[in-house]
Design a protein. Structure first.
Length: 361
């Protein structure tokens, strides 16, 4: 509880000293609780997962709208320790940061979110430590999921558009919609050709492209349907922003294994991947994902689990779904109100203004 309360107090940075301020325990006791305390964290993780599935799948059954399973990864950046450090942070490595465009030292987390009809909840937040590939890690999570009650989609960026992942999600009732690297091979008219080369030939003229609008932005889009390496039949959309038509660096490609979807539907569904980017920013800004000071891998995983619980509380904690930002603000306000109420009760009980001021300070 001291950790959860600390998350909603201003000035929170995920340090054990932050936790100790709101606990009767010394900070080393809280560190022990995270690093080697005997509490059933797998039970909490499983309970959270079951609750997320129940909420999202019930919403899909009620509305008939698709479930979106969204996967992406982020880096919790840390300072590289000195070679003489006696107790460096465990399981921290250099990872390629696509956001920074360079190697970044820290912990890489793979997040899985479930969404339906505007409700977005974190299902899993798993540390990637290179002992298991990201492909296998995501496959294992996909195997956990029950078959959804409505047509559903796995949304991802180009790093997770893998034949193995696509097939695993397909067996669970999820089609895949994801970004594609422009070096993927297509087979237009039965001819093997790199996607970027095919796009360059098409962009000589506007004839085969259609102007579509997604979230008030306009794009020229060409629709290809056919074979890819490892995929017998799928839709691939080749897209340029309206004002950057034909520019190789502006080319973006998207895949859908559901060929029945229209071009507008594919692009609109892919945009539903954006909440996971917002989730990462919220974790770093509000939940101290970039600033926690915990050394053991076990302690970090337990802290991430408590962080996921805090996110869940913000979205669902008041009995109905809300945005994380609204829920976070409401909990902060309640905690602040309770502090004021306690100070008032102390002043009322003592009937002494000097004592009241001493407590307030």
């Amino acid at each position: 509880m001291s950790i959860l309360i600390s998350i909603f107090i201003s000035g929170y940075h995920g340090k054990t000293t932050d936790f100790a301020k709101n606990s009767s325990c010394h900070r080393t006791t809280i560190a022990h609780f995270l690093n080697s305390g005997k509490w059933d964290d797998p039970l909490l993780a499983d309970t959270l997962k079951r609750s997320v599935i129940e909420i999202i799948y019930s919403e899909a059954a009620r509305t008939g709208k698709p479930v979106f399973c969204i996967v992406d990864d982020t880096i919790a950046s840390k300072t590289k320790p000195s070679s003489r450090a006696l107790h460096p942070i465990e399981d921290a490595y250099f990872h390629q940061s696509h956001l920074k465009g360079k190697q970044d030292y820290g912990h890489q987390a793979v997040a899985v979110m479930l969404s339906c009809n505007g409700i977005v909840l974190n299902y899993a937040f798993v540390m990637y430590n290179k002992s298991v590939s990201k492909i296998d890690l995501v496959q294992n999570i996909a195997r956990e999921l029950p078959v959804p009650p409505a047509m559903s989609y796995f949304l991802c960026d180009c790093w997770y558009v893998s034949e193995k992942i696509i097939n695993t999600f397909a067996r669970k009732g999820f089609h895949t919609i994801g970004a594609l690297k422009t070096n993927r091979m297509l087979y237009p008219f039965g001819i093997r050709q790199k996607l970027s080369e095919f796009a360059a030939l098409l962009s000589v003229t506007y004839a085969d492209f259609h102007l579509v609008t997604v979230k008030k932005q306009k794009y020229y889009v060409y629709r290809y349907e056919g074979k890819l390496n490892g995929i017998e039949n799928a839709v691939v959309l080749l897209s340029y922003p309206e004002k950057a038509f034909g520019k190789p660096k502006a080319l973006r490609a998207f895949l859908s294994t559901d060929v029945s979807l229209s071009t507008d539907e594919i692009l609109s569904y892919y945009v539903c991947r954006w909440p996971i980017e917002v989730f990462f920013r919220q974790c770093k800004d509000k939940l101290a994902l970039d600033s926690y000071q915990i050394r053991s891998a076990q302690g970090i995983r337990k802290y991430w689990l408590i962080m996921s619980l805090a996110h869940y509380m913000c979205v669902i904690g008041n009995g109905e779904s809300s945005s994380f930002e609204n829920g976070y603000r409401q909990i902060c306000d309640v905690i602040q109100l309770e502090k004021y109420r306690y100070i008032f009760q102390c002043a009322k009980a003592s009937n002494d203004f000097d004592a009241f001021m001493k407590v307030a300070v």
